[in-house]
Ligand binder design. Structure first.
Ligand code: HMH
Length: 221
């Protein structure tokens, strides 16, 4: 079993902020169908900007994996992630135009800029592969846990948002996140205490940034 891994321990230890990130009022409103569509548009536009930055972060994780990992399997999982980001960028273009949003008209908001700066700081070659890999897992896992919740039995997401919920809530994305988690946990088990602490701090920061990111969708411009 996958019990008692470092990540599971942390999610338990930081369960307060973890639940805030994966069961945010914005996500609750998608789950129960009461979501305000202008909030959704707000989130969509900001996330398009975020994902474009996220690509360079994931590229940096791939580079670290190629240099650090003992087998080629980490590299293949991360490369698969980059392939799906390619599809995701196309999806954002299509989806934002459907909602009459233009990339050129979207201004990144303060919370988004802060989060982008944080992930950019993790692209540095000074940041250990284990820390970057754990951060990568955390960023993807929050979306997987949030949107799969909106697809659970009893959830009533609006029809126009089904595609969004499926994108991050589908089982393949769930499998992919579990692969990232296994890689991160394997690296963490071999890491020094300092690196482990740094990875834990990165996870907590990401959970806070994710809460801030959801908050943005609910706040007025
Ligand atoms: C803010 N976090 C944010 N956006 C995303 N698209 C993901 C995580 C997952 O890819």
């Amino acid at each position: 079993g996958n019990d008692n891994t470092m990540i599971k321990t942390w999610l338990h230890k930081h369960s307060q902020i973890y639940s805030e990130a994966i069961r945010h009022p914005f996500i609750q409103s998608i789950n129960d169908g009461t979501v305000n569509l202008s909030s959704f548009k707000q989130w969509l536009g900001q996330d398009y900007i975020f994902v474009r930055k996220f690509v360079s972060f994931v590229a940096s994780v791939l580079l670290k994996a190629c240099r650090a990992s003992d087998d080629g399997l980490d590299m293949e999982v991360i490369l698969g992630g980059i392939a799906s980001l390619n599809d995701e960028i196309s999806w954002f273009k299509k989806e934002t135009s459907k909602w009459d949003l233009l990339l050129s008209n979207i201004t990144p908001r303060k919370e988004n800029q802060g989060y982008c700066r944080f992930i950019e700081s993790l692209t540095s070659s000074e940041v250990d592969y284990t820390v970057a890999m754990t951060a990568f897992w955390a960023i993807e896992a929050v979306y997987q846990e949030s949107f799969s919740y909106c697809l659970q039995e009893g959830a009533k997401p609006p029809a126009e948002l089904m595609d969004t919920c499926q994108r991050w809530g589908n089982d393949d994305f769930g499998q992919y996140c579990r692969s990232l988690q296994r890689i991160a946990d394997r690296c963490l088990a071999k890491a020094s205490k300092d690196v482990q602490n740094e990875a834990e701090a990165a996870v907590v920061s990401i959970l806070k940034y994710e809460v801030g990111f959801w908050n943005m969708s609910l706040s007025d411009l």
